[in-house]
Write a new protein. Structure first.
Length: 446
């Protein structure tokens, strides 16, 4: 690394003339994590409240799977590409604040839905808004932290997932139990408007690529690629493509399980909304949070020695999680089921941070937003779009014969995805180990 880069890293200056040090970096990443918490809280609220919503609107498990999965995922992922391309060319902070305002308003609008169609339209609005959240955030964080610290920083950001799921479970279930599920959407959605103002006031836009050691012929101030070429470049890179597919298969398994866990605990093991608010929310937030932080720490520790860690770490965690998910489905009482699920949820979070970190380290700074959006597109089309819908279709197939127990069959149908996903990680490891540009960037960052 050139001496100027060493000095910059040591001082913690982001180079924008405002004297941003390590403390300010942490403020930025923590505030972005809070935004992601609202993102995931609004996204997952319908999954937590699916039972009372389904009963009031007389919906099928397949319709719930579409609302929590495919309907949201299609717009979330496809809108993410042009918004991320815009983030590579414009002010990322303002884009995040605008997106936050949009998804917060539409999340509150879910509380006024009267049938499947109006609820689907509100969910589409949430998906369009949330599409502008993570890709610019990944890019911002990568310009505040050097590659050797990026995994932990992105893991702090990714804490928004377990925190959002936990707070969504606690607040959503409690408000629904006291005031009804409609008020839960309004009360959880509207505070995001105040957070959007805070984002604009607190976060400053850094110069792109400041924390990277430039590779020859790849200066950070090169113009970003046109949208179609940027997307095609991602898919043409076997390291990026196989990493995204493996992470998407992990998400298929995880979203299929998590989006139906609360409904399963309530319908099959007689857990109440109040118990969901107290116990399920605390267990899911704690275990998933620890898993997210652990994955970031492991990636920063081992990827500097061998880039294969980007594939090996999530693969090992996935293999270890499978027995605990089986324990969750066969436990006779909800306390035992929740105990097993808690361990599975923690291990199930190991796929995301390695995938995000690899993509952000492997591409030029002026392609990070678009590349992050392509990663999100593949992860969520495979996982969020298909996982919950798959479980719903299987559950509805057995519903006439087995009643609410059919949801267990839907969740058990996810098990064959484990060996398929492990095979995808093996393929990903093969390409990651051969990626000379990624290896060189990691070497120059140390």
């Amino acid at each position: 690394m050139p001496p100027a880069d060493q000095s910059r890293h040591a001082s913690g200056d982001t180079g924008n003339g405002n004297g941003n040090g390590n403390n300010y970096r942490m403020i930025v990443v923590i505030l972005l994590s809070v935004v992601y918490t609202f993102n995931y809280m609004d996204r997952q609220l319908l999954a937590i409240l699916s039972e009372p919503v389904r009963k009031e609107m007389h919906l099928s498990y397949t319709q719930i799977g579409m609302l929590t999965g495919l309907t949201f995922a299609l717009f979330y992922t496809t809108c993410g590409i042009p918004l991320a391309w815009l983030a590579d060319r414009t002010n990322r902070v303002r884009l995040i604040a605008t997106a936050l305002s949009v998804w917060s308003l539409f999340s509150a609008a879910c509380g006024f839905a009267t049938n499947f169609t109006t609820l689907a339209l509100a969910r589409i609005g949430v998906g369009v808004g949330e599409a502008g959240g993570s890709p610019p955030a990944y890019s911002l964080i990568s310009d505040y932290f050097p590659p050797e610290r990026r995994g932990r920083a992105l893991a702090i950001y990714a804490l928004g997932i377990p925190l959002g799921a936990g707070l969504g479970s606690a607040l959503g279930a409690w408000i629904a139990a006291e005031y009804g599920w409609r008020m839960a959407f309004v009360a959880v959605g509207l505070p995001g408007l105040l957070l959007a103002v805070m984002v604009v006031v607190v976060i400053r836009e850094p110069r792109r690529g400041l924390m990277d050691a430039p590779l020859e012929g790849q200066e950070s101030d090169q113009p970003s690629l046109p949208l179609v070429k940027a997307a095609a470049a991602f898919l043409a890179n076997p390291t990026l493509a196989t990493t995204a597919i493996a992470a998407g298969l992990s998400n298929f398994w995880g979203q299929g399980m998590v989006n139906n866990a609360a409904a399963y605990l309530m319908s099959n093991l007689h857990m109440s909304l109040t118990e969901v608010a107290i116990y399920y929310s605390a267990a899911s937030a704690t275990s998933s949070g620890l898993g997210t932080l652990a994955s970031g720490w492991l990636i920063d520790r081992f990827a500097q020695k061998s880039a294969v860690a980007y594939a090996v770490v999530p693969a090992v965690a996935l293999a270890l999680s499978a027995p605990f998910y089986l324990g969750f489905l066969w436990a006779p009482t909800w306390p035992l089921a929740l105990a097993s699920l808690t361990v599975g949820l923690g291990l199930g979070q190991f796929f995301l941070t390695p995938a995000i970190t690899l993509v952000q380290n492997a591409v030029r700074p002026n392609r990070r937003g678009t590349s992050g959006a392509m990663l999100i597109l593949i992860i969520n089309l495979i996982g969020l779009g298909c996982g919950p819908l798959f479980v719903g279709l299987v559950a509805d197939h057995f519903r006439a014969q087995y009643g609410v127990v059919a949801l267990r069959f839907g969740l058990l149908a996810l098990m064959p995805m484990v060996p398929i996903t492990l095979g995808a990680y093996l393929l990903s490891a093969r390409y990651v180990s051969r990626d000379a540009a990624l290896a060189l960037q990691l070497v120059r960052s140390t």
